[in-house]
Design a protein around this ligand. Structure first.
Ligand SMILES: C[S@@+](CC[C@H](N)C(=O)[O-])C[C@H]1O[C@@H](n2cnc3c(N)ncnc32)[C@H](O)[C@@H]1O
Length: 501
């Protein structure tokens, strides 16, 4: 394997990845973004080492263990393995992931003999990581007993408890399935199975929800089958108001029962567990620490100079709302409407609904008596010409009527502000010599290119990190047809940035 840091790497000056026009029709100044492009191009490599599959969930779908939670925002185990090799770590070192998601970094690290530390705000993340990292601990006979019991477990006649709902998930399952979900959850939580078996079953339940429901995850949204009662109700209301009924194309066919899907899920994970356990435990005894909560407020509690490497992927700056995509899972776990709204605000600003966190961060740093950190980070942000240029450019586009949702401006500013706070904390907790890898996508709003890879690298450099390399994938991100029509096509890189303390 090619070493990441060898000096003889050929830097390819490939046209088409380097951006030459950041502002469509040269509507706004772009000197600062151009300067970043020139500054970091020499450490940029258009690579075949990683491809679109390895930075996405596709490889994990096939990979044993990593497929236990369908989490399409995740990256692949192969990508983590390659980076761990590149970083030349010692067994027992600590690998951190500020945005754990389904836990790819944590699971690969632990199985390879490294300690893992990470954060996420979503409760599914905790369940997925706990269940996966217990792989060598499961009692296969107990799991087989559980599987046999599911085959004979029926909802008692007259049972009327339903699985919890919130407004977006209302009537999301056929009524019999809603009873089944509530009954199974209650039955197994009160059962005598071990805690390990219960966690694994909870993960299998979570992974069953989409298949047994009227919903389908589709890009930014949940789509609904035409038979979902709330869709039928809404359509009737439209007709009553003299409008045309909804045309709903989604038909998921016969929806399987929870019993059927849960049995398949459990059977499938038991196969994975068997193959892992037969191959024997690898590595040394290591820990996996998962901290549930926002990394912005949890990382400051971690000891300085305690981390050997970071491999992560933040939410992208693309309006994607995890609390909507995973609404079925969150509602099943009992998160309320208020809880969902709080989680949405806790997200690193990546949706148009996110409010600025600057005041909360100011108060937080003052409370922990580290106000100097707050001031230093804010100075870094103010001194970053490219970020200021982007904020001004979006404001100008908005005044020109090209951005109708002001939330986009707040999101972009909040996104980079919060990431800079994160980088400052990562710098503090990393040991000297530690490497940091972030996977991210560049984006474009109203004809303004935001080079997320180079901009985050420059903010990290201002914090103190040494930029080492920017890998950019041969495959780029597609431009939306709307933007392309109005502003033409530009390179939107998908990159892995590597920095060192
Ligand atoms: C791109 S995903 C990470 C996927 C992960 N690399 C994997 O392989 O599964 C980003 C994650 O960041 C989490 N997240 C967003 N804002 C956060 C915050 N403020 N603190 C901690 N985690 C956050 C999201 O819940 C999501 O799981």
């Amino acid at each position: 394997m090619q070493d990441l840091f060898s000096d003889d790497l050929e830097v390819m000056d490939i046209k088409g990845w380097k951006v030459t026009n950041f502002s469509a029709d040269s509507f706004n100044p772009q000197e600062a973004r151009m300067a970043l492009e020139d500054k970091y191009w020499p450490i940029t490599e258009v690579t075949d080492r990683f491809d679109r599959q390895s930075v996405s969930f596709q490889l994990s779908k096939k990979g044993c263990l990593h497929r236990w939670l369908k989490y399409k925002e995740g990256f692949s185990a192969d990508l983590v393995k390659m980076l761990l090799d590149d970083f030349h770590l010692q067994k027992g070192d600590v690998v951190a992931d500020p945005f754990m998601g389904s836990g790819t970094t944590a699971v690969v690290s632990v199985l390879d003999g490294y300690n893992s530390l990470g954060f996420d705000i979503l409760p599914m993340s905790k369940i997925a990581i706990q269940a996966k990292t217990l792989i060598y601990e499961y009692d296969l006979l107990e799991l087989q007993r559980m599987l046999d019991e599911i085959a004979t477990l029926n909802v008692p006649i007259g049972y009327t408890d339903k699985t919890p709902e919130i407004s977006i998930t209302r009537h999301g399952y056929p009524i019999a399935t809603s009873y089944e979900l509530a009954y199974y959850k209650d039955y197994f939580s009160k059962s005598n199975y071990s805690d390990n078996a219960k966690i694994l079953l909870e993960l299998c339940m979570l992974n069953s929800l989409e298949r047994i429901s009227y919903s389908a995850k589709d890009g930014q949204y949940l789509r609904w089958d035409w038979r979902c009662p709330k869709i039928i109700e809404a359509s009737k209301a439209r007709v009553k108001a003299g409008r045309k009924p909804f045309v709903v194309k989604l038909d998921k066919g016969v929806l399987p029962s929870l019993k059927q899907v849960l049995s398949e899920e459990l059977e499938f994970v038991i196969e994975d567990i068997k193959s892992f356990q037969e191959n024997g435990k690898k590595g040394i005894d290591v820990k996996c620490d998962f901290i549930e909560g926002s990394v912005l407020f949890e990382l400051p509690k971690i000891k300085a100079d305690s981390i050997n490497a970071v491999i992560s992927s933040p939410p992208y700056c693309n309006r994607y709302d995890y609390t909507r995509t995973y609404a079925m899972e969150l509602a099943y776990l009992g998160v309320t409407e208020t809880g969902i709204r709080k989680l949405r605000q806790d997200l690193l600003s990546c949706t148009v609904e996110n409010k600025s966190k600057t005041d909360i961060l100011k108060e937080f740093y003052s409370d922990i008596e580290r106000f100097d950190t707050y001031e230093r980070v804010m100075d870094v942000i103010r001194a970053n010409d490219a970020l200021q240029e982007i904020n001004q450019a979006l404001k100008h586009r908005s005044e020109n009527g090209e951005i109708n949702n002001k939330g986009v401006l707040r999101m972009v500013d909040g996104y980079f502000t919060e990431l800079t706070f994160l980088f400052a904390e990562l710098y503090r907790v990393c040991k000297p010599g530690a490497h940091v890898a972030f996977v991210n996508d560049n984006v474009r709003y109203a004809g303004e290119v935001i080079p997320v890879d180079f901009l985050t690298t420059s903010l990290a450099e201002q914090i103190g990190f040494k930029p080492i390399k920017v890998y950019t994938l041969r495959q780029q991100k597609g431009n939306s047809s709307q933007q392309m029509k109005k502003y033409g096509r530009v390179a939107l890189r998908k990159s892995i940035t590597i920095w060192k303390k």
